[in-house]
Design a protein around this ligand. Structure first.
Ligand code: ADP
Ligand code: MG
Length: 410
């Protein structure tokens, strides 16, 4: 790595060194090579485009699926002195942003994918030099992925209009099929993929059938004095659970997209500042939240996919200290999921079924949970991790699997 790059890492970002594959990704980007970086949540994907954006001439265009996420990123970039702006329907300073872009006064410009289809925007991009296209949450481009956004399909023509501008796609959540799809959809060569290790050895996984969810969650809360997140499937469910957890004596809040934005912000800020708060939330909570000392994550029902489970549990223990992830599931979760799959477009049903079965394998296994997770992400883990419920307490080999299999095949 050239000294100038390490210099920028230290002076601009204040980090002493790259983490994991960051250095490889940055080196490829600076060399102008098209790249897909598959790195777990919290691994530091943003740096891999932010650092090149301050080193290269021109503006780095960042495509990101959520306006809230963009605004978080914007604040973080501005805090370290990067010249950045967002261009979204929620911004009222669009003229100013456009003028800054034209004047070459932006290192980073965050846009929503639907911009890509507008002729005006394409013309605008031709009016100042571009350093890089960074496509965040790139799994959104894949119909096979768990979070398909049709707007991401509009990006390819835009990228192809600037064939010499390097492309960096970023994702945390891609199984092998989705990864191949991202490469294909975004025109990145197969040898342009860099995959980081997915293991989070400090997270202990526990998965159990549901009995009384409220009691089970209250027990998790009692056993874990640090801050934690409980994922609940419905908005109303988050508020009900928060209410009933009041009796644990811990500070408890709820978070879901239906809450007044001011309340949502206040609850999030309170959680980030707290050492012992329990946040009862839908999956709307967590993206873009930087709290290293979350000590537990509990799922009060089946997550949407293994990717979702990995991402949500991955919010625990980012500081590297021990953390625990609990999941409580029931037969009715699988029944509901199957019903939901029956209602999606036929073209997507196969992928959805494969994903549900992968979740089934995770919850039903009598073997190592971590091994199943890591194999899902294309790794080759040891058979036993020594830090999940099944490794710590091997179950009597028969019953649980048969029960679960019955749910899955019904
Ligand atoms: P991701 O997008 O992969 O989930 P982020 O880009 O949001 O992760 O980064 C997660 C956290 O890691 C941020 O707080 C960021 O400042 C920090 N971080 C990134 N790179 C480094 C590094 N090289 N050294 C120390 N901390 C880092
Ligand atoms: Mg990110």
């Amino acid at each position: 790595m050239p000294p100038a790059v390490l210099d920028a890492l230290r002076t601009t970002f204040g980090f002493p060194a790259f983490r994991g594959v960051q250095a490889d990704v940055v080196a490829r980007v600076l060399a102008g090579e098209r790249t897909l970086a598959v790195m777990p949540t919290g691994a530091g994907k943003s740096l891999t485009y932010q650092l090149p954006s301050v080193m290269l001439d021109g503006t780095c265009l960042v495509v990101s699926p959520l306006i809230a996420l963009m605004h978080d990123q914007l604040r973080a970039a501005e805090a370290v002195g990067i010249r950045a702006a967002t261009l979204t329907s929620a911004d009222d300073n669009r003229d100013e942003t456009i003028a800054r872009f034209r004047a070459g006064a932006l290192d980073l410009l965050y846009v929503a994918p639907e911009r890509a289809s507008s002729e005006g925007f394409r013309n605008l991009l031709g009016q100042a030099p571009l350093s890089l296209f960074a496509i965040d949450e790139a799994h959104c481009v894949s119909e096979w992925g768990h979070d398909f956004r049709p707007d991401y399909r509009l990006l390819r023509p835009l990228l192809d209009r600037f064939p010499d501008v390097p492309r960096l796609a970023l994702t945390a959540t891609a199984d092998a099929h989705t990864r191949a799809d991202i490469l294909e959809q975004l025109g990145i060569p197969h040898d342009g993929m860099i995959v980081a290790g997915f293991d989070r050895p400090n997270i202990r996984y526990h998965i159990a059938p549901r009995a009384s969810t409220t009691q089970q969650i209250a027990d998790v809360v009692a056993d874990n004095p640090g801050a934690g997140i409980v994922y609940v499937q419905s908005r109303a469910g988050t508020e009900r659970l928060a209410e009933s957890l009041q009796k644990t004596g811990r500070p408890v809040r709820a978070y879901h997209a239906g809450l007044d934005p001011a309340i949502r912000r206040a609850n999030q800020a309170a959680f980030v500042a707290s050492e012992d708060m329990v946040m009862c939330a839908t999956v709307a909570f967590g993206m873009g939240i930087d709290k290293p000392d979350v000590r537990f994550v509990a799922h009060a029902g089946l997550p949407k996919s293994i990717e979702g489970y990995y991402q949500e549990t991955g919010r625990a223990g980012r500081d590297g200290d021990p953390a625990v992830a609990h999941l409580f599931w029931g037969a009715d979760d699988f029944a509901k999921a199957r019903q939901r799959i029956g209602e999606v477009e036929p073209a997507r049903q196969l992928g959805e079924r494969v994903r549900l079965n992968a979740l089934g394998a995770l919850v039903e296994t009598a073997g190592c949970r971590r091994a199943i997770l890591l194999r899902h992400f294309g790794e080759n883990p040891a058979d036993q991790c020594g830090n999940c419920d099944n490794c710590l307490n091997p179950p009597a080999a028969t019953d649980a699997t048969q029960v679960a299999r019955k749910f899955l095949s019904a």
